[in-house]
Design a protein around this ligand. Sequence first.
Ligand code: NAD
Length: 478
Amino acid sequence: MPKFEYAPAPESRSIAGIKESYGLFIDGKFTDTVDGSMFKTISPATEEVLAEVTEAGPADVDRAVAAARKAYEQTWAGLPPAQRSKYLFRIARLIQERARELAVLESLDNGKPIRESRDVDIPLVAAHFFYYAGWADKLQYAGFGPAPKPLGIAGQVIPWNFPLLMLAWKIAPALACGNTVVLKPAETTPLTALTFAEICQQADLPPGVVNIVTGAGETGQALVTHPGIDKVAFTGSTEVGKEIARSCARLHRRHTLELGGKAANVVFEDAPIDQAVEGIVNGIFFNQGHVCCAGSRLLVQESVYDEVMTSLRRRLTTLRLGDPLDKNTDVGAINSAAQLARIRELSDVGEAEGAERWSPPCELPAKGFWFPPTVFTGVSQAHRIAREEIFGPVLSVLTFRTPAEAVEKANNTPYGLSAGVWTEKGSLILWMASRLRAGVVWANTFNRFDPASPFGGYKESGYGREGGRHGLEAYLDV
Ligand code: NAD
């Protein structure tokens, strides 16, 4: 099949205006560390150093928590709720105004295609702030009593896969409910959180309401165990989530956890196959598969297996992998060398355990961290690639004969974050949805997000919900 060639269409990076060095954002100002050090953040697509960032030490975390406490007690919790709405609306509008800059920055620091950061991440970030701005003065109607109170100071730790979006999921509901926050972005993707700090300044947000401390796991640990924190919100790996749950249990501290997933995407024989193939591709190759709710296990009804696999392989040969800033790119860079090593290791295990590996012909750039879209067939439920979260562009394909078998296989995982169902029959969708142990079930679509819709897991995918009215509960004393 002759391939359509695309001319390069790079987005200009000059709009990003990256500084050489970033301090910590504490009490409304950027400040130098008192007991930390500096580290570099790089572009995973080229390994070029983008900026120097602060690794906050315990004394820095202490200062940030103290600033959040002061702001909570002296301004934020006592503000008329409509005033809190005003600040959140301002932030949302500033995000829209600076959307192009934020999208470029996100793609540079994370490696995700600009098409995704521009059309998905940043619009959803603004939408979250608009949505929770609307709730701030209506909390008494949210179903949590006549005068729900905030919890106090939230310590929030987020991952690198959707850096600014995860920040929005954490900060918007916390502020709407009257809490103040100290947030730690992931060490490989701090730049949009630091730009968000500038947006807080631009919005005249009272000092200390939002504090951003950068750093790695140790900084995160200092934050979630700090005695001045009232509530912990974490998104990341199940392993670290369990550790945080243990600390919070010891400290009698409220916490919510958004952890990993191994979602089943179930295709029945009566599904519209072309649409299902688009959904499969979006389910696992969106954001290089760095998605906790990715449809990483494809379950196909046996009678349409050949048809689905032929269409899927054909579709995958048209994916364009490369420069994240090119507007034609579908698959960007893997976020870090460590994540690339994990994806390689688990893919090798898949082959060693007997599954068959396939990737479309695809040239990988010489520099940076890259992995081709990969499909494993002949996968059994016992294989590690069917059980463990790979968090990369790797799809494991299994088959089933009956709806009951599909449910059993889909639920055969320690996780329970999301699932997809593809069929023409509404009754079968409802039958499946009521049996799938997953926080979100998409029908004839996948990876759809909306601020009004709650998101969260069962089992080892964590507890608590983010988004929607449900998302308020995590930040109210109910
Ligand atoms: P991680 O859990 O190690 O890191 C997530 C965040 O927690 C980062 O900000 C990190 O600095 C911080 N952190 C690390 N150790 C900590 C500790 N002891 N106390 C407090 N904070 C700590 O995840 P990762 O290294 O970014 O990725 C590893 C795996 O996690 C991936 O392979 C994937 O399986 C999973 N993951 C899931 C999600 C999700 O959205 N569910 C997101 C990212 C990664």
